[in-house]
Design a protein. Structure first.
Length: 461
């Protein structure tokens, strides 16, 4: 807990959804922040006699929730949005890899700024980036991405990706856009040593993240898992995203994706997979048995016609599930708060229909579920005394939401709610839907310029 001398911020008169184990909610309550921790939370007014209160916020008309946690993204894609809009996954990758293979450090930094800015102004307090495109002589891409997150003030996990299966090996990326097995492992280990902070409340963590079964050798999968566990960091990759991926695994490895992952050491409580759309009962049982997590990306799955993930069945089985934006070349808005609504609606198109998900389950996916998947549920994801002060004030008294009595229903079912304030580690990073830490307009100009520069370079071949 924070010491009594810590500076305090008090938020009062707001609805609160704590997303704790009991889904505790307050129709009108308070939140006291001391330093970078939540000191107390409850119904009614804040306790009298608090010392060192430097700020009081009247939360009338607002819902306070934990900050949103994004569990899957590809920041670099911010500068290739709006392309290959009528493609399935494999054709989309074939169309875009020649362009992605030409990114450099400056492009990576600016694309990360754009991706982070869009998420942060929409209530994301913890972000992650699965970056796996490291063209030869592209510069310090990992450092550029982490620098952008630090500047934004967002809690961040870099999933340091890699590919070693290029076109000449039957993969999709150009030869010059992949690494060697040894090069990928060495660079990943260096990134972990350079940036990973395992301490409570850390702002930067690193995961080991070979891209996918069809762009990575079996040796890189196996040795990547060994590296992650030797370093004490988490593991991330794409899994079971499309029917074609399942066919690929069966043809190449003689087994489906989940069995292949298990054979390479890629199931466990320290692992989370993106998508997991095509999972049978046995696959879900294996994830539940091993505690393997899932990053559910409903908008991207729909954009690429991948299918509907069996999220209700995963949750019933006890699989940890969080939400992901996915790369913004397959989710052009790049906003996680819209995924709350899309997760609920898309899953209701599946077998469970109206019983698939409700508003509170959707909010849990975007908060505590994401914290579980990233291995940080003891620190973030719910509003509880002692946890880190990562939270959002959603404005729900405007035309868009004022006639919806239940604030959680308003947030999830309604239009995207304005963010009056967003706090990370006890520090405010958003005020009235605008970022406080960076210049949004400058980022917009820079992303446009870098997108145009990349398009010119790609056109030259």
């Amino acid at each position: 807990m924070a010491p009594s001398a810590a500076q305090r911020t008090v938020i009062e008169n707001c609805a609160i959804a704590t997303v704790d184990a009991d889904d505790t909610e307050y129709a009108s309550g308070y939140l006291v922040v001391a330093g970078n921790r939540i000191e107390s939370i409850g119904a009614g007014r804040a306790p009298e006699g608090l010392e060192n209160v430097v700020r009081r916020i009247d939360g009338t008309g607002h819902l306070v929730t934990p900050g949103l946690v994004n569990t899957h993204h590809h920041f670099y894609q911010w500068i290739t949005r709006g392309l290959a809009t009528d493609h399935n996954l494999f054709n989309w990758l074939v169309a875009l890899y020649p362009t992605w293979a030409r990114i450099d450090e400056q492009m990576g930094r600016v694309a990360a700024q754009g991706s982070l800015a869009m998420m942060a102004r929409g209530g994301v307090t913890t972000a992650m980036d699965h970056h796996y495109v490291y063209p030869h002589n592209a510069g310090d891409l990992s450092g550029a991405i982490i620098g952008a997150a630090s500047e934004m003030g967002v809690r961040f996990t870099l999933a340091r990706g890699s590919m070693d299966r290029s076109k000449k090996d039957g993969g999709l990326p150009p030869d010059f856009a992949v690494e060697t097995l040894d090069g990928a492992l060495s660079a990943t280990a260096e990134t972990v040593d350079r940036f990973h902070d395992a301490s409570f409340g850390s702002m930067t963590q690193v995961a080991v993240a070979p891209c996918s079964p069809f762009s990575v050798s079996t040796e890189l999968m196996k040795q990547g898992a060994e590296l992650a566990r030797a370093k004490g960091v988490r593991l991330h990759t794409h899994g079971s995203e499309t029917v074609e991926e399942e066919q690929f695994c069966k043809e190449l490895f003689g087994m489906g994706p989940t069995d292949y992952f298990e054979s390479t050491g890629w199931l466990g409580q320290d692992v989370w997979m993106a998508h997991c759309v095509h999972m049978n009962d046995s696959d879900i049982a294996a994830f539940a048995r091993t505690g393997t997590g899932v990053a559910h990306c409903p908008s991207s799955n729909a954009r690429l016609a991948a299918g509907i993930a069996r999220v209700p069945d995963m949750l019933k089985a006890g699989v940890p599930v969080g939400l992901g934006v996915d790369g913004t070349a397959s989710n052009e808005s790049g906003e996680l708060h819209t995924e709350l609504r899309n997760a609920l609606l898309i899953n209701r198109l599946g077998a469970h229909r109206e019983a698939a998900l409700n508003a509170r389950q959707a909010l849990r996916l975007g908060t505590y579920g994401g914290a579980q998947v990233l291995g940080r549920a003891a620190e973030i994801g719910s509003l509880e005394a002692g946890k880190l002060a990562d939270f959002v004030l959603w404005k729900l008294d405007t035309l868009a939401h004022a006639s919806i009595a239940d604030p959680v229903t308003a947030l999830v079912f309604g239009a995207a709610a304005p963010v009056t304030a967003s706090f990370v580690n006890g520090k405010q990073i958003v005020k009235d839907n605008r970022l406080l830490t960076v210049d949004e307009d400058a980022i917009a100009r820079a992303t446009r310029d870098e997108a145009q520069r990349l398009a010119r370079i790609a056109a030259q071949g």
